[in-house]
Ligand binder design. Sequence first.
Ligand SMILES: Nc1ncnc2c1ncn2[C@@H]1O[C@H](COP(=O)(O)OP(=O)(O)OP(=O)(O)O)[C@@H](O)[C@H]1O
Length: 435
Amino acid sequence: KEFLGEIQTYLNKLLVYLNPYIEITFHEHQENSWYERSKAYAYIQRYLSTHSSKSIKKFKANVGKDCESVVLSIDDYQEVTDEFNGVKVWWTSGKTTLHSNNDDLEKRYYKLTCKRRHRDFVTKVYMQHVLDEGKAIRVRTRQRKLYTNNKSENWYGYQRTMWSHVVFEHPSTFDTLAMDPKKKKEILNDLITFSRSKDYYKKEGKSWKRGYLINGPPGTGKSSMIAAMANFLEYDIYNLELAFVKDNTELRKLLINTSSKSIIVIEDIDCLFDLMGQRKEKKEGSKEEEKDPIATKAKAEKDRDKKGSEGTLSGLLNFIDELWSTCGSERLIVLTTNYVENLGLSLTRKGRMDMHIEMSYCCYETFKVLAKNYLNVESHELFATIGRLLEESNITPADVAENLMPKSDEDNVETCLNKLIKSLEDAKGEAKLET
Ligand SMILES: Nc1ncnc2c1ncn2[C@@H]1O[C@H](COP(=O)(O)OP(=O)(O)OP(=O)(O)O)[C@@H](O)[C@H]1O
């Protein structure tokens, strides 16, 4: 706390220098916030003490998505000519010095010159074109993020939940995803249609979002599917952890604070039943009850129709409707579950979630993709044996992947495939014992 004022002053100075090249997000609520803050402080101090326009340019070049990409910049007072729809304009960059109490601050700017008769065209059409292009470039080159909501204490000691993020770098793509190729194509087509349907949604007066329910046993690739979707659409991911959300107000705040081009994920949606149960018990008789959407709705429904778990299900459905209505446009909502049968038809029927994706145990087609991913082979004499064994046992793609992954220098295609055969035979034996 004692450094906050000082850090903010430094940050503001830093922003004057770097604006509009980078965006600084300052998290005051990290668990290791003291460490983060002191790091930020030391960094900013070091930066300011060594700054010069040269280092700013170098810094600017390094903040691109990957440092290998070329970053074009314009030197002070250098002129660049641009032509759009036959109209010529000239850009120059410059700087002025602002005098503040302790320091002289340099403010950088761009100057745009055009013929007087083109003024209207330039301010209305050309500037819009520049902004749209800039936005498109930012989307193309931005570093994508994976957000999670954690409980944390703010400066004044209040508990709240807010998004914090890390860089999203998951290797999963639709090429590496092992599943029935027909189903994969269907999902891909659905995503492509969605991404191109901005105008359609607008015309229909609908919010531009789409819901997917992914179900399947653990290890069948639900998370890999979400990562592949995010990589394909170039979206961010918001992993919503409902256990950390206190009430409806907090949920709304979180959803409002998600950005467009993102996937909002709620994993293990069936576990919400337990969460709702716990909240209901805790809040029973409490004045706070009204504030908790999940518990209140669950209770209200249960009281009304006294249908046990059906009542709880209605609470869940109400919650999902709330989720739909609160989060903004250009979003995917993805719910995952290991036990779709617990959710009842009302969630899986069309209208609530637009597409239902089933991830299942490994079949021969799935295995072939994994063999290509991990061993870079498309055929082998052991494939036939594996294909037959896969038909006789239930093994997840995660388990197959585990066997196919070479673990030492001695491992090669043959040893890995034999390892898998052994696992499949064991799984078959266990299944026989169970029956
Ligand atoms: N269908 C798949 N295609 C490619 N890789 C897969 C697939 N399923 C599982 N894997 C591999 O297994 C690992 C675990 O899978 P993943 O976390 O996606 O499964 P999950 O269904 O989300 O599991 P859980 O329900 O336990 O979260 C992945 O990192 C990936 O390497």
